[in-house]
Write a protein that binds this ligand. Structure first.
Ligand SMILES: [Zn+2]
Ligand SMILES: [Zn+2]
Length: 127
């Protein structure tokens, strides 16, 4: 904790090297701290988070297009709009809410399983 460099993108903290909110390599898990930052905005969604809020799918800032802002070099902007803390690209609340909705539908946090299932359809021909 605190030994590695972190970056902050729209109030959320990620490891600087991988852009991960939860990173095995850097031994960091910023989800708890990040959750607190959007607590108010989540509001009515909090019911979903009572059980597994710390277990939500970690967000990767770089996967959402975060790049170092040229002017400041301390902030991060989005690749698409070149906007620091872009509300469209870094809408963590929306991302987490979407996840929560999926949980409500499936009764669990979404995993990579869905894409695996899609791949399995093609493979299934061999039987
Ligand atoms: Zn990392
Ligand atoms: Zn953007």
């Amino acid at each position: 904790m605190g030994l590695t460099d972190n970056i902050v993108v729209k109030d959320f903290m990620f490891c600087a090297e991988h852009g991960d909110e939860y990173c095995h390599k850097c031994c960091c898990d910023h989800r708890m701290g990040n959750n607190v930052r959007i607590e108010d905005e989540l509001g009515d969604m909090s019911e979903f988070f009572e059980f597994e809020v710390e277990e939500r799918q970690p967000i990767n800032a770089y996967a959402h297009g975060a790049v170092v802002a040229v002017q400041t070099e301390e902030s991060y902007e989005c690749e698409s709009h070149r906007k620091v803390d872009c509300e469209k690209c870094f809408d963590w609340v929306a991302i987490i809410k979407k996840e929560a909705e999926t949980i409500e539908e499936e009764g669990r946090w979404p995993t990579a399983r869905r894409s695996w299932t899609v791949g399995a359809v093609d493979v299934g021909v061999e039987a």
